[in-house]
Design a protein around this ligand. Structure first.
Ligand code: SAH
Ligand code: SF4
Length: 387
């Protein structure tokens, strides 16, 4: 729900309903039935945020709808200037004052919108600003659709040219039901193959996703070539071990023309050596997958030692994967100027107050034991010279 606390209780937000439930709710309230279709059209193909925008609906009916329901969306509080690649980050405020981020990314003749699924994240990856700030509540479908449709309306984007990625703040598979409802609404105008959900590897929910009739593309944040290092930077690995995750991905139903995406955040001197690339290639051998290498977005809230590798190191990592027959894309600078990895924009506005309230967080994450530096030299001495 996205309106005032009163409205949360009194008025359901129609964007929280899956298409069949919306249809049922409208048919109970609205007659003749073609009006229900018109209202659904205003919502699902135009993404309007007020009944008054529904200009072909009689004023009286609009007023009746507004008495019973809401279709409000989160409010924009900040939009960053366009990065060199045109991307912009949106900071939204929810009804309970929490802040979340979404990113608009023009990509030639298509446009991607990156959505947040939670107002924080309990998974706690050590390289992630959202993880640093800790758990937050699940977003409702209206809050996820609100991010999407607000950006679509702001830029007057045609829905048939849209891609959607759930790669913003939060772990979408820990908000499974709401994400599935959101997907069902998105499918009304966007093909499942145009939608990608990124997960840190919640195995039981990956299996639930596998059983759905219509599935988005799956991206999985692997980020380390072995279990020990993945446990260090992604503590969720202790619950869902890397080997079991890879086995679950092998069972995930492959669809024609679709690949899994293996996301791999490159951290200088930590997981970016030639040996790491070879180990990654071996780990994912036989999967219908491509790797998306993501050079780390540095941030003051992350451990000091976590740096983005230089371009030569990134190139060498990618070339090694390619030489091992792995398809790779590199996210070079998309949104880097606007602090692209989600959580960073909110992090800038919250960092000081949060840290002064919870200094133990700063100590826990900002400083890393010194043993990492020798490991960096041992693993890839050549990197030191390049830097
Ligand atoms: N929770 C989901 C989706 C949100 S995170 C997941 O983890 O997959 C989306 C992507 O951003 C993940 O691949 C994650 O590894 C990456 N990411 C997080 N922090 C980052 C940072 N500081 N720099 C670069 N990528 C980052
Ligand atoms: Fe959560 Fe994803 Fe960040 Fe990990 S990388 S803390 S799963 S948002």
């Amino acid at each position: 729900m996205t309106t005032s606390p009163d409205a949360v209780i009194l008025k359901p937000n129609l964007y929280d309903l899956a298409p069949a439930a919306l249809d049922a709710a409208l048919r109970e309230t609205v007659s003749p039935s073609f009006r229900a279709k018109q209202i659904e059209e205003w919502m699902h193909t135009r993404g309007v945020a007020s009944f008054d925008a529904m200009t072909n609906i009689p004023k009286e009916l609009r007023a009746q709808l507004a008495d019973r329901f809401t279709i409000e969306m989160p409010a924009i509080v900040e939009v960053t200037p366009a990065a060199p690649d045109g991307s912009r980050k949106y900071l939204f405020e929810l009804a309970d004052r929490q802040r979340i981020e979404a990113v608009y990314m023009p990509m030639g003749d298509r446009t991607s919108v990156c959505l947040s699924s939670q107002a924080g994240c309990a998974v706690g990856c050590t390289f992630c600003v959202t993880g640093f700030f800790g758990a937050g509540r699940n977003l409702t479908p209206s809050e996820m659709l609100g991010q999407f449709f607000t950006i679509v309306r702001e830029h007057a984007l045609p829905l048939e040219q849209m891609n959607v990625v759930f790669m913003g703040m939060g772990e979408p598979l820990l908000n499974f039901e709401n994400v599935v409802t959101t997907l069902e609404v998105l499918y009304r105008s966007i093909a499942p193959k145009r939608i990608t959900l990124s997960t840190s590897g919640i195995i039981p929910e990956i299996e639930r996703l596998a059983r759905l009739e219509r599935r988005p593309n799956l991206a999985v944040s692997i980020n380390a070539p072995d279990r020990q290092r993945r446990e260090e930077i992604m503590p969720i690995t202790k619950k869902y071990p890397l080997e079991e995750l890879i086995a679950a991905l092998r069972r995930f139903p492959a669809e024609k023309g679709r690949d899994l995406t293996i996301e791999y955040v490159l951290i200088a001197g930590y997981n970016d050596s030639e040996k790491d690339a070879v180990a990654l290639a071996r780990l994912i051998r036989g999967l219908h997958a491509k790797v998306n290498a993501i050079p780390l977005n540095e941030d003051a809230n992350l451990p000091q030692w976590m740096k983005r590798p230089n371009d030569a190191a990134i190139d060498h990592f990618v070339d090694t994967l390619v030489n091992h027959n792995v398809r790779v894309t590199v996210r070079r600078s998309k949104g880097l100027d606007i602090a692209a990895a989600c959580g960073q924009l909110r992090g800038r506005s919250e960092a000081r107050s949060r840290l002064s309230r919870q200094p133990e967080l700063a100590e826990r994450r900002v400083d890393r034991p010194g043993r990492i530096e020798p490991a960096r030299e041992k693993r890839n001495p050549v990197h030191r010279e390049r830097r």
